[in-house]
Unconditional design. Structure first.
Length: 242
């Protein structure tokens, strides 16, 4: 039977690259997105052209609690059992400390931390023994920065969540790890002004952004390595070494 993976935010950027890599490796894919249905359908077509993967697309916004049910109902209705989940969708917002509003702070915490915790709780019965969970953290959860306080703090929380969940998931024979990317050339980064991008490149030893495909190779390794558990793998091209 083919392996099946759920990837949140699986239709663009890092999530799409991971989907392509796993699709090529023989996985069927359940890919969620927030609202951009056209891109989601294009991504599905692109992956279908290159791979044999069966693909479910699911609109499931991580800022909405109801999306937990949307995803788990899809798993139940279609009799899906998962070999891996990639908790990848994430939120950020740039505000000065003086301007942060509590509702924005709460929304980012909900989407980045609360949502995956309760999705994982509800999805447990659908995960096979030997399954693998991967969270997308961030180098910005390791090196404090000044762009988005809620982002940095929630990504640190994700790193901690991964380690704290190891013992809860061990009885289910499920491994859990996180990946902390540095700066990856996705839409998320392409929107930044050239000057900011150049400042970032100056801080990375390799002098450039990471390509999503380079990062996707690490996700595949983390999902498939049978002894890796409770680790946060930093993939940042040597950020802060320059
Ligand atoms: N790019 C980087 O440099 C970088 C570095 C470190 C960590 N990360 C992390 O990597 C993850 C993905 O980032 P990316 O750069 O690949 O982003 P991206 O290219 O903008 O792709 C975002 C994906 O997530 C989905 N998404 C966005 N908001 C969502 C929401 N509220 N609910 C459900 N899905 C949502 C998008 O769906 P729609 O198209 O429908 O919006 C899309 O599928 C995030 O957790 C981010 O924090 C990124």
């Amino acid at each position: 039977m083919k392996k099946q993976v759920l990837i949140t935010g699986g239709t663009k950027g890092i999530g799409k690259a991971v989907a392509l890599s796993l699709g090529k490796a023989g996985y069927d894919l359940i890919l969620t997105y927030a609202s951009d249905e056209d891109t989601a359908k294009n991504t599905r077509e692109e992956i279908r052209r290159i791979t044999q993967a069966g693909i479910f697309l699911l609109k499931a916004d991580i800022t909405k609690q109801a999306s937990v049910e949307t995803i788990c109902s899809c798993l139940a209705k279609n009799d899906l059992s998962l070999d891996a989940i990639v908790f990848n969708a994430g939120l950020t917002r740039r505000d000065s400390f003086e301007d942060i509003q509590m509702e924005d702070w709460e929304r980012i915490f909900f989407g980045n931390v609360h949502f995956p915790v309760f999705l994982l709780q509800r999805a447990l019965p659908f995960i096979n023994k030997g399954g693998s969970i991967v969270f997308t953290g961030s180098a910005m959860g390791i090196y404090p920065h000044s762009a988005s306080l809620a982002y940095g703090v929630t990504k640190s929380a994700i790193h901690s969540l991964v380690k704290n969940l190891v013992k809860f998931l061990a009885p289910y024979e499920i491994r859990i790890n996180g990946i902390a990317p540095g700066f990856v050339d996705t839409e998320w980064q392409k929107e930044k002004p050239l000057e900011i991008r150049q400042n970032i490149e100056k801080k990375v030893a390799l002098g450039r952004f990471c390509e999503p495909e380079e990062l996707a190779e690490v996700y595949k390794m983390v999902i498939e390595n049978s002894y890796l558990n409770g680790e946060i793998i930093v993939v940042d091209g040597g950020y802060s070494y320059k």
